[in-house]
Design a protein around this ligand. Structure first.
Ligand code: PLP
Length: 523
């Protein structure tokens, strides 16, 4: 079946008609800013765990999980029980920031999970209920605490849709924060991949901060995601995170870890910063901490607590149902070792995907951490044959393919000039088998470029997945990354079903692309 045919053609009968009617009314009445609804024309009416049932009677395996919100999947029994308990108790449901037993229990459970360096000295601020509200709160806090205004943020970041959060996100339309390179291997901006790309990114950051003429005054804070999610699923190397911690601590710059998407076991540790062992000054938390209901907080070290009463307020800071659902979720993840399970399962999923589809010409890379997984789709027709001109050294093109022996460099570039600097860091050597940046290669750089991103193919994979009853998200700079964010409770059997459907969908799109050339986005 052609990948452009719509799901609607398959839904028949009264249930199908109701489903079609709801979708039609949605597109007639809701804002054109709607997002997921465009690519996922489903009408959920019931859900449990990994499974969603649509108004048309179809069942789907949901690996979108409310954009990473549902650590325990839909309607987990412990979450439902916690919500029912509050409802049955007669407790008020919305209480601004007043103290309640439900909130007290939430804070106790949350603090139990925090990195050790923060837990003993933590303050929590309940802000508006979305992740973006918590980002705004964190930015305001560090500005108040330092008396400075500038911010350090990273390429590819996503922190939300309100003005301040957008300003530190990759999609910002004007420069209101200093943008630093976030380490990434497949499209490493320095063309050298891991670990050298991360090293260069760190040195660039240090040099901006230490060069008195860099044009970058001492900032109020640095905000980063330990794994970039919407940016295309890029896990930061642990060493790089530790380096950012050192760089900021040494210069008195508060480090804000945005764990809105990575938190509560998602990446294979309870908080993604736990992988590297760093203690941020501020943590931004939302999504899973509300156990599927809206809740957001910032947690920060007590000496940053310079706010005057009312300095950051809001009406919806007292959602008791969300706090109860969140407490149940945090406790369940902790008590059942779901972070460790996410780590194991994620490794299995990625290994299987690499084996099954990693070799396809339209698959650029399979990457991720824990149950935050991405498959980057690339244009097979745009494949770079491995011809990269070396400029200026008269040695001509490097042989195809890169890899050990695939270049002729003489001396490795970036190697620390003896005595030329004293950074404490090991001198850089370009890694054979990494990637280049396009037209211009340094001597020693391998001759293989990442192929162009293929948003059309990624959208086609998403449609083919949906046709097979699998819901996946798209992300990445070019919307070319198919993302899996399954609940941490996904069973081994369900994991196999997800893998079968995704592999089948990618295979179908790869065959279609081969037969008909590039597939274009239709939404
Ligand atoms: N920060 C990160 C890392 C996110 O992934 C998101 C949303 O995906 C946000 C902030 C914004 O959260 P919200 O959509 O709840 O405003």
């Amino acid at each position: 079946m052609a990948v452009t045919e719509s799901l609607a053609e398959e839904t028949q009968g009264p249930a199908g008609a109701a489903h079609e009617g709801i979708l039609r009314r949605q597109s007639a009445r809701e804002s054109s800013a709607r997002t997921y609804a465009r690519a996922l024309p489903i009408v959920p009416v019931r859900a449990r765990g990994l499974t969603i049932e649509g108004a048309d009677g179809r069942r789907y395996l949901d690996c979108l999980s409310g954009a990473g919100t549902l650590a325990l999947g839909h309607n987990h029994p412990v979450v439902l029980a916690a919500v029912r308990q509050v409802l049955d108790s007669g407790a008020p449901l919305s209480v601004l920031d007043l103290a309640t037993p439900v909130k007290d229990a939430f804070i106790t459970e949350l603090f139990r999970t925090l990195p050790a360096g923060l837990a003993g000295r933590a303050r929590v601020q309940f802000c508006g209920p979305a992740g973006t509200d918590a980002v705004e709160a964190a930015l305001k806090l560090v500005r108040a605490a330092t008396g400075r205004t500038g911010l350090l943020a990273f390429t590819g970041a996503y922190h939300g849709m309100t003005e301040g959060a957008l300003a530190v996100s990759g999609g910002a339309s004007e420069v209101r924060a200093v943008r630093l390179p976030y380490p990434q291997d497949y499209r490493c901006p320095f063309g050298v991949g891991s670990p050298y790309g991360a090293e260069l990114a760190a040195r660039w950051t240090e040099s901006l901060l230490d060069d008195p003429k860099s044009g970058v005054p001492l900032p109020a804070g640095m905000i980063l995601e330990p794994v970039q999610g919407e940016g295309g699923v890029h896990p930061a190397p642990d060493d790089w995170l530790r380096r950012m911690r050192r760089v900021t601590a040494d210069r008195g710059i508060p480090l804000i870890a945005d764990e809105v998407q990575t938190g509560v076991g998602r990446t294979g540790a309870f908080w993604a910063v736990d992988h590297s062992g760093i203690t941020p000054d501020v943590m931004v938390l939302s999504k899973a901490i509300g156990g599927s209901l809206p809740l957001a907080v910032i947690v920060y070290r007590d000496d940053l607590d310079v706010w005057q009463p009312g300095a950051h307020a809001g009406t919806f800071r007292g959602n008791q149902l969300a706090m109860a659902a969140g407490t149940a979720t945090l406790a369940y993840v902790r008590e059942n070792g779901l972070a460790e399970r996410a780590d194991r399962l994620g490794a299995r999923i990625m290994a299987q995907l690499r084996a099954d589809i990693g070799g396809l010409a339209c698959v650029g890379e399979v990457r991720g951490r824990g149950l935050m997984i991405g498959v980057e789709l690339v244009e097979p027709a745009g494949a770079v044959a491995g011809h990269v001109e070396h400029v200026g050294d008269g040695r001509g093109a490097a042989p195809a393919g890169g890899g050990p022996g695939g270049y002729d460099s003489g001396a490795a570039p970036f190697e620390g000039k003896p005595g030329g600097y004293d950074s404490g860091a090991a001198p850089l050597q370009v890694k054979p088998g990494a990637y280049d940046s396009g037209a211009v290669a340094f001597p020693g750089e391998p001759a293989r470029a990442p192929r162009p991103a293929a948003p059309g193919l990624a959208a086609a994979v998403q449609r083919e997945c949906l046709r097979r009853g699998l819901i996946v998200e798209l992300g990445g700079r070019h919307s070319s990354v198919v993302r899996l964010l399954p609940p941490l409770t996904i069973t081994d059997e369900q994991t196999s079903a997800v893998l079968d459907r995704l592999t089948d969908a990618v295979g179908a799109v790869a065959r279609e692309a081969e037969a008909h050339g590039p597939v274009r986005r239709t939404d």
